[in-house]
Each structure stands twice: as structure tokens, then as C-alpha cells.
Design a protein around this ligand. Structure first.
Ligand code: UD1
Length: 420
């Protein structure tokens, strides 16, 4: 087990290259199950979740290799249609193999993902969507059992905008007989990245980037090479790392358009931006202003940046609110931030942050990926030494986070520990 030791209070200055998107990679990699062949996915982040996805596909008979940032997948040998609990419990996005498996092989056995650190996370929309496409779905011994002779196109309306359900149903519909329409589809960039890859593979999809997707099923698809998106959540985390230390940063390899909501909030807080092509420069020379943030589906403020925003607002002079409308109980970072001297109250789905109090180093425990990022950020701003335990959560989703922060001038060290 590793932990980070951080000596806070240093101003971060410099440039950092943003890695490929975790969530886009986890959406596009399972689509290798839709066609036999050799795939190459560039700009893949070297993080635990990608290793988990590669192992899962490996257990199904695919051969995966991550060379630098290029993921090579040979899907010719796929001969098992099961996603066992041992993989799914490590990473919920394993559920993304369900749609492709049923669509191509007519059957799938995928462990139910269960809850997660920030509350219940149902998958009813995934299952209802597949049933609409003609799959028979049962639950046995903690597993989803799905069968279908051949899927057939259908009209599917999601009551809630769901990234994962849109991805799963889209990847199933591409091989269904006839036309599928998905309304209230999620419009996150990661969904569009998947749709574009599927089109490259031979799928017929219109409405990409909008909330109405129309898919005309095709008989077969083929393997492709694809370039993954930059990680907009990693990018936001580094922008906030610089802002929380009143520093100056250049992010390289980003899509600024995907960060519109985050940049707008940071500008309100007083951060100055300069956007040139795929690079973003940001500077903050005084404490941020207290600014409320409410999470919403894309293009709104991302729930995956809520915890980091709470950390930033601890350094603001005054009080503000962070409301999470996507995951109303996603506030596990709060009790740990209190250990660093923060003053935050949580009422319903809102954290009320009373900023401007001095933060001082302490031992804190990570509970999930973005909560862990929030603790690192607060530790960077705190005076003195902090220990962040359970950094395996961070390793799931941030590539070389300590090296990147060190390069910007942070004092951060990874050490092995017996502590759990
Ligand atoms: C994805 C992201 C996650 C991000 C989330 C919201 C990946 C691997 N994960 O998760 O980082 O925080 O989008 O942007 O891409 N819901 C249902 N029924 C369902 C599915 C979802 O009620 O069947 C609800 C959820 O509880 C949540 C909302 O819909 O309140 C959005 O969730 P969803 O977009 O599905 O999140 P994920 O795809 O799991």
C-alpha cells in the first residue's frame, strides 16, 4: 500500500502534459469486442483502470498490451462472454462490456457493480435499454445474465441523462437489426468519442454530440486505430492545483472546449486564462473569490470536479456552496478536509464552504478517486506536512500524479506503508 507525503505551502509554477482521458478510454476500449481484429488506441493513460480493463478483456480471450500510451488489442481470440466480480468490483466501468457482448455474441454474464463510495449507482437504464433492444435479462447470483438471438432496433428514451447507459446502448445498437433512436442521450465528450470510434469501425450513427442519437444497425464492424481524447478531469484538477497555491500553469494536450464550465467558474473566482490551440495557461495571484458551483450533466460543471472545487474554495475569502445534483451524497472528502482545518457543513446535496481559515497538514484517508484528488489539493495549500493514505484510488485515474506535481514545484513523495 502506498501513501503520499506532501509538504504544503509551495506555489506551483510550470507546464504539465495532460494524459489521455480515463473515461473516454473506458468507453471506447470495450468496443473492441464488437469486431475481430487488431486495434490500436493512442493517447491511452497508463493507469490502474486501464490495466483492469485490459485484464478483463484478457480473461475473455483478447490480447492487450500497453506500450507507452498506445494500447494494442487483438480481439481475434475472444471466446468468453463473462465479466467476473473480481474485475467489476475494482472498476464499475467493467459494465461497459455488456452491450458489445450481447450485440456481437448474443450473450453476456456480467457481475452487478453494486454501490460505490459516493452512494447508490443503479444500472437500471442500461438493463431497460437492452431489454428494449430485445435482450432477455435476468439476475442470478449477483450476475446480470443477458441473452438475445439478435438485437433489433428500438426507440429508447432515458429518463435521466446517463453517460454509461448511453455508451452501453449505443455500442449494442450498432449491430442490431434496424434503426435505434436514443433520446435524452448523454452528450459528454466521452460519449461522442465512442460514437466516432464506432463510425470509424463501420457503424452508422447520426446526431453525434446531440441528445438524440440515431443508429442504423450494420451486419459487422472492423478493427481500427483511434486517438483518445485528453482527460478533461485531470486537466481541471491541475488547473485547481495551480490556483489553490496561487500559481501559474500551462496545460499541454487539452481540449479547452471540453473545459468551458470549469474555466468559466475559475474566471469568476479571479483566475486569468489564456487559451492557445491545445494549450491553456492559467494564473492566480491572490486568494480566489468564493464562488458557488452546481454540478450538472455536460456541458455543465462536472460532478467529477466537485470535490476539487470544494478544496479550492477553502482558500477563498468568504463562504460559498457546492451542490452536487448528480450524486447527492458525494461528499466523502469533507470529513477528511475537516482534519486539515477546513470549515465545511453538508446539508442535503450541498457543501457550505467557509473559506479563508488556515489549513494545516494532517494525515487523511482517500475514499474514492476524486475525493483523493481533493485531499491532495488541500494538502498542497496547507502549511506543513500531510500524509494521504490509500492512494491506490488515485492510481486508478491519474497517471504519474506525483511526478507531474513535483515537476510544478510541489513537495510530494510516494512511500510504501503498512497503514491501510
Ligand atoms: C460516468 C463517469 C463518472 C461520472 C459520471 C457522471 C465513467 C467511467 N464514469 O459514470 O466518472 O461521475 O459519468 O458524469 O465514464 N443513473 C441511474 N440509472 C442508471 C444509470 C445512471 O439512475 O442506470 C443515474 C446515476 O445514479 C447518476 C446519474 O444517472 O445520478 C448519472 O450517472 P451516469 O452518467 O450513468 O454515470 P456513470 O456512467 O456511471
Amino acid at each position: 500500500m502506498d501513501k503520499f507525503i506532501i509538504e504544503g505551502g509551495r506555489r506551483l509554477v510550470g507546464a504539465v502534459r495532460i494524459s489521455g482521458s480515463k473515461n473516454a478510454a473506458l468507453a471506447i476500449i470495450p468496443s473492441v469486442l464488437l469486431a475481430p481484429g487488431v486495434f490500436r488506441l493512442r493517447n491511452t493513460p497508463n493507469i490502474r483502470d486501464i490495466w483492469t480493463m485490459s485484464r478483463l478483456l484478457g480473461a475473455m480471450g483478447a490480447h492487450c498490451e500497453l506500450n507507452g500510451s498506445e494500447l494494442f488489442v487483438d480481439s481475434n481470440g475472444v471466446n468468453s462472454f463473462e465479466a467476473p466480480y473480481e474485475h467489476v468490483k475494482k472498476m464499475r466501468a467493467s459494465i461497459n462490456v455488456l452491450g458489445p457482448l450481447v450485440a456481437r455474441f448474443g450473450r453476456a454474464k456480467v457481475s452487478l457493480p453494486g454501490g460505490c463510495a459516493f452512494g447508490p449507482r443503479p444500472i437500471d437504464l442500461h438493463l431497460k435499454g437492452l431489454e428494449k433492444l430485445g435482450a432477455e435479462i435476468g439476475i442470478e447470483n449477483g450476475y446480470i445474465i443477458a441473452n438475445a438471438q439478435r438485437l433489433r432496433g428500438a426507440r429508447i428514451h432515458f429518463d435521466i441523462s446517463s453517460v454509461g447507459a448511453t455508451e452501453n446502448i449505443l455500442s449494442a445498437a450498432v449491430l442490431a437489426d434496424g434503426v435505434t433512436t436514443i433520446t435524452n442521450a448523454a452528450i459528454e465528450p466521452e460519449v461522442s468519442a465512442l460514437a466516432k470510434m464506432l463510425v470509424k469501425m463501420g457503424a452508422k450513427i447520426s446526431g453525434i454530440g446531440t441528445a438524440t442519437l440515431e443508429i442504423e444497425g450494420v451486419k459487422e464492424l472492423h478493427a481500427v486505430e483511434e486517438e483518445n481524447l485528453p482527460d478533461r478531469i485531470e486537466a481541471a484538477t491541475f488547473l485547481i492545483a495551480a490556483a489553490i497555491t496561487q500559481g501559474k500553469i500551462v496545460l499541454e494536450n487539452v481540449n479547452p472546449y471540453h473545459l468551458t464550465a470549469v474555466i468559466a467558474k475559475m474566471e469568476e473566482a479571479g483566475c486569468e486564462f489564456d487559451v492557445t490551440g491545445p494549450n491553456i495557461s492559467m494564473e492566480l495571484n491572490q486568494p480566489p473569490k468564493p464562488i458557488d458551483a452546481t454540478t450538472a450533466p455536460y456541458p455543465g460543471f462536472p460532478t467529477d470536479v466537485q470535490a476539487q472545487w470544494v478544496a479550492l474554495m477553502l482558500t477563498a475569502q468568504g463562504s460559498c456552496r457546492a451542490t452536487d445534483t448528480i450524486y447527492p451524497t458525494r461528499f466523502h472528502h469533507v470529513p477528511e478536509l475537516l482534519r486539515l482545518g477546513a470549515h465545511i457543513e453538508v446539508a442535503d446535496n450541498t457543501a457550505i464552504i467557509h473559506g479563508g481559515r488556515p489549513l494545516s497538514g494532517a494525515s487523511v484517508m482517500s475514499s474514492d478517486l476524486r475525493a483523493s484528488a481533493s485531499l491532495i489539493l488541500a494538502a498542497l495549500a496547507a502549511q506543513g506536512r500531510s500524509e494521504i493514505l490509500r492512494v491506490y484510488h488515485l492510481d486508478r485515474g491519474y497517471e504519474n500524479i506525483e511526478k507531474k506535481l513535483e515537476q510544478l514545484g510541489a513537495s510530494i513523495q510516494r512511500v510504501k506503508t503498512e497503514d491501510f
